[in-house]
Design a protein around this ligand. Structure first.
Ligand SMILES: CC(C)[C@H](C(=O)O)[C@@H](O)C(=O)O
Ligand code: SF4
Length: 424
């Protein structure tokens, strides 16, 4: 069996599973974000009175945080009241950040766990060796009541990555390149294992960025074998009581793909789909109205560090706006301590409270008709960040920052090779 299958078998209380099988599994943890008040209402409609375990449920206010309208303030109020009545241990209000950043920081994510959340990017947590997947409102209400959920065992495909990319090319470029080659329907309902020497050398942040975007190929979940960096992160925040599942030697994958990234250029997902990806040198110059750095894909400390390295001692183009939203308050605080916030503000960036914000167009950086945005996020569908007539290019935080400096799409490499670029 594969490590992913072993996690599901353990949660179902059976010795072995095969792809396609339907299981009833116990869930280790569930997270609800602030788009899902319906789950609270369904919980009561389905006869719920007390949740199955208040220590294994988290509400994170991130998509509409701080509440930008009366309706969303009302949603927050009703969910806050439920969290208090049920005595939920892990309620993260508007002072926390995006759920996929806040939960690992809080020590809620560990290898071997079954994690469900009302968000498609729950695949992010495969970076920690967990089984993470997004679910809808009805399934979420079922979990709140019973602590269990049905799962269809996914096939597992392998994406093996080798090579060492040049300066200015990041894991975001690698995952965009992969999605561009394999396309948005490459892994529908499958588990995607990312492996190979490149993956083994990745730190926590870049592992999260890769697993986060597996769902943009339709993946049910993503998985990486935890390396020392991941285990140090988990043990510092959660402890050592986790299970490291190993894939049996000779396991046969449903599919295998191999990528050598040593000669990769910076990549761009061009309007209007995530798999419409080209190397930077093949994308026509485009005037950039807004550069956005943020989200559970590209708003971590390492992302703000990369952006600060690019803009240090420089000013963004007069006609370009640069919006930076740290993925969490912890990221924000550390970025201040390290001077990245100061550097970015001195370059002309504006900051907003940690949360999803412009990533899905709720607030804090909405695009007007005809505008062009280059973004460190993970989706660029029409209307994603505001007007359906705006255009969104997805790239690495460093590329976003370089594009803000030049007022048009720009390769960050030249700003990183100089001695000045190297120090922040
Ligand atoms: C929660 C939901 C609105 C959505 C998701 O499930 O991913 C959002 O987070 C997104 O990124 O589009
Ligand atoms: S930051 Fe963007 S991608 Fe991540 S959960 Fe929020 S809306 Fe979804």
């Amino acid at each position: 069996m594969h490590a992913v299958e072993k996690m599901l078998a353990r949660a179902a209380g059976v010795d072995s599973v095969t792809p396609g099988e339907i299981l009833n599994c116990s869930v280790d943890f569930i997270e609800l974000n602030d788009l899902y008040l319906q789950v609270v209402r369904s919980f009561y409609e389905m006869g719920g009175t007390k949740v199955w375990d208040p220590t294994k449920i988290s509400f994170v206010f991130d998509h509409y945080s701080p509440a930008p309208t009366i309706r969303t303030a009302q949603i927050h109020k009703e969910m806050r009241d439920f969290a208090r009545e049920q005595g939920l241990t892990h309620h993260f209000d508007i002072n926390a950040g995006v759920c996929h950043q806040v939960m690992p920081e809080a020590g809620l994510i560990r290898p071997g766990m079954i994690l469900v959340a009302t968000d498609s990017h729950t695949t992010t947590h495969g970076a920690f060796g967990a089984f993470g997947t997004g679910i809808g409102a009805t399934d979420a209400a079922t979990v709140l009541i019973s602590g269990e959920l049905w799962f269809r065992v996914p096939e597992v495909i392998k994406i093996e990555i080798t090579g060492k990319p040049r300066t200015g090319v990041y894991a975001k470029d690698v995952i965009l390149h992969i999605i561009g080659k394999l396309k948005a329907d490459a892994a529908v309902y499958q588990a995607v294992e990312f492996c190979g020497e490149y993956v083994e050398g990745l730190g926590v942040s870049e592992r999260m960025a890769v697993c986060n975007m597996a769902v943009e190929m339709g993946a049910k979940t993503a998985w990486m074998k935890p390396n020392r960096a991941v285990l140090d992160y988990v043990e510092e925040r959660f402890g050592t009581d986790y299970i490291l599942d190993e894939t049996d030697p000779g396991y046969t994958y449903a599919g295998e793909h191999f990528f050598d990234v040593s000669s990769l250029e910076p990549q761009l997902a061009c309007p209007h789909s995530v798999d419409n990806v080209f190397p930077f040198s093949e994308v026509s110059p485009v005037k950039v109205d807004q550069a956005f750095i943020g989200s559970c894909t590209g708003g971590r400390l390492e992302d703000l560090e990369a952006a600060a390295q690019v803009v240090k001692g420089r000013k963004i183009a007069p006609a370009t706006r640069m919006v930076v939203i740290p993925a969490s308050m912890e990221v924000y605080k550390k970025a201040m301590e390290k001077g990245y916030v100061q550097t970015l503000i001195e370059a002309g960036a504006t900051f907003n409270a940690p949360g999803c914000g412009p990533c899905l167009g709720t607030h804090a950086g909405i695009l007007a008709r005809g505008e062009v945005c280059v973004s460190s996020t993970n989706r660029n569908f029409p209307g994603r960040m505001g007007s359906p007539e705006a255009e969104i290019y997805l790239g690495s935080p460093a590329l976003v920052a370089a594009s803000a400096l030049e007022g048009s799409l720009a390769d960050p490499g030249k700003y990183l090779d100089t001695p000045q670029g190297a120090s922040v």
